[in-house]
Design a protein around this ligand. Structure first.
Ligand code: SF4
Length: 179
């Protein structure tokens, strides 16, 4: 019997703490099933430099906080059939949005100048430019599914991936809740 082709899965890490990626790794034995059914083509779990074309499912962790985040979110959307906002930072902007009441310039000066013990100065080279505010993913790209939680439970992630791989749209009502 010929095996079905593996689905192409990508993950992306925007402004988040990587806890959502850790939760993805917590799916335990499902990892073995995934290894059989999925090829991970991009993200912190693999060594890929550029986001590839023709991705089936993309999981995005984190809020959109910088120009780099924005570019990566748009690239993911352009090249992926199904995009998931994974976790509260991607869904609502959550923890990263705590900075939103302070203008980025003031914030950077507070951290890198007022808060510096040595060599005060805001780093300008090779640092992604902050957006005015950290914003949820759906404000910049179309999102196909929101998976809430900080982090989302491994059970919720396992449910979502299994349902998608089986060709169904996941119903999150039994495994996750908003708020
Ligand atoms: S939702 Fe929670 S676990 Fe996920 S990146 Fe944000 S703070 Fe970390």
């Amino acid at each position: 019997m010929t095996k079905a082709p593996k689905a192409r899965l990508a993950t992306a890490w925007l402004d988040g703490c990587s806890g959502c990626h850790m939760s993805l790794l917590d799916v335990d034995e499902l990892l073995l099933t995934l290894a059989d059914r999925v090829t991970i083509v991009f993200g912190p779990l693999v060594d890929a430099q550029h986001f590839p074309e023709s991705v089936d499912v993309a999981l995005i962790e984190g809020a959109v906080s910088s120009q780099d985040d924005l570019r990566l979110a748009q690239t993911v959307r352009e090249n992926s059939k199904f995009v998931i906002a994974l976790g509260d930072c991607a869904v609502t902007s959550n923890v990263p949005s705590m900075r939103n009441s302070i203008a980025p310039t003031r914030l950077l000066e507070r951290v890198y100048i007022a808060g510096a013990d040595t060599q005060p100065g805001v780093p300008l080279e090779n640092v992604p430019k902050l957006l005015r505010a950290a914003i949820p993913l759906h404000e910049v790209i179309k999102v196909d599914l929101h998976v809430p939680g900080c982090p989302p439970s491994a059970a919720a992630i396992a449910h979502v991936l299994t349902e998608l791989l089986d060709g169904r749209k996941p119903d999150l009502s039994a495994v996750a809740k908003f708020g």
